[in-house]
Design a protein around this ligand. Structure first.
Ligand code: C2E
Ligand code: MG
Ligand code: MG
Ligand code: MG
Length: 292
């Protein structure tokens, strides 16, 4: 393609690839010390119960504040971290800080909060992931069922037997498990039944245009029914509009997460968000009480 554009564009293309590889190497090296250099931060995206309208918890999402590049997206650096193995230290940092955040929320009086934490496929192969989760839960004193580990469908399918074994051990600790980005992988339904999952998370790709694309609307509805028939709760990610929320409610989806409610935000903003919503619910309840 580059060559057909004539001139030196092919060479230029090669030089670009070369530069990209070099840049990636630099990033990978810097990523190795990102934890100890205090460059990571968590942001939290609220998850809303579609029946009660209450915030049931949040997903913790990691951010990398790079000294020169500013904010680097996890979409860019998580795959690098997975390749170099830095994901093990990053994953532990994320889990530890998520448990601590949850403990602060529970202490602040938000007793029903759960926190969802992404766990990468590489972490599943980490020598003692189960031991680490157990230790962190004990150290922070959080009730284990308030911690929800999100594992992508693809990660689970990479090594089904290993995944089932590890997930069962996780369930013994008492944490909850969600299958993330559901619908994008190729899991067979019989496997889903064997997994000790608590929640299915419908991938944003289906939610995004489910009202414009009837096929995706049908898929979303089908995943919700499937999840429920297996006794799982279902959460839709990437909900951006009120119409999407309404459709999900019609399909009896349990929980929604997306820009319609809030972008991922810093912890102080999240706590403000929680307090405000609490006041709103209280006011609404009082108004309803006065009306009767
Ligand atoms: P994910 O786990 O599927 O997380 C949801 C992503 O969708 C987040 O992107 C979130 O900001 C974005 N999102 C949420 N609502 C909306 C919406 O309404 N519209 C749109 N357009 N996007 C929305 P983010 O934070 O950039 O994270 C991207 C991915 O990076 C995550 O996808 C997850 O796979 C990975 N990731 C993030 N944090 C971690 C982590 O701590 N550990 C691991 N292993 N992976 C992480
Ligand atoms: Mg996730
Ligand atoms: Mg997801
Ligand atoms: Mg996703």
């Amino acid at each position: 393609l580059a060559k057909s554009q004539g001139g030196n564009s092919y060479q230029f293309y090669v030089a670009n690839v070369d530069q990209r590889i070099r840049e990636t190497k630099v990033l990978e090296r810097q990523l190795a010390t990102a934890v100890e250099d205090n460059q990571l931060q968590l942001v939290f995206q609220p998850q809303v119960n579609l029946v009660t309208g209450e915030i049931r918890g949040a997903e913790a999402l990691v951010r990398w504040h790079h000294p020169e590049r500013g904010m680097v997206s996890p979409v860019e650096f998580i795959p690098l971290a997975e390749r170099t193995g830095a994901i093990v230290a990053i994953g532990e940092w994320v889990l530890k800080n998520s448990c601590h955040a949850l403990r602060r929320w529970l202490e602040a009086g938000f007793h029903n909060m759960t926190i969802s934490v992404n766990v990468s496929a590489i972490q599943l192969h980490q020598s003692d992931l189960v031991g680490m989760v157990k230790r962190l839960v004990t150290e922070t004193g959080i009730p284990p069922h308030h911690l929800m580990l999100e594992i992508t469908e693809t990660a689970v399918m990479e090594n089904v037997d290993l995944a089932i074994r590890l997930l069962k051990q996780m369930k013994e600790i008492g944490v909850q498990l969600a299958i993330d980005d559901f619908g994008t992988g190729y899991s067979s339904l019989s496997y889903l039944k064997k997994m000790p999952m608590d929640e299915v998370k419908i991938d944003r790709a289906f939610v995004q245009d489910m009202l414009e694309d009837p096929d995706n609307g049908t898929i979303v509805d089908a995943i919700i029914q499937l999840g429920h028939s297996l006794g799982l709760s279902v959460i839709a990610e990437g909900t951006e509009t009120l119409d999407q929320i309404k459709y999900l409610q019609e399909c009896e989806c349990d929980v929604a997460q997306g820009y319609y409610y809030s972008q991922p935000i810093r912890e102080d903003s999240f706590l403000t968000f929680l307090s405000n919503q609490r006041t709103q619910i209280k006011n609404a309840t009082q108004r309803a009480a006065k009306a009767t």
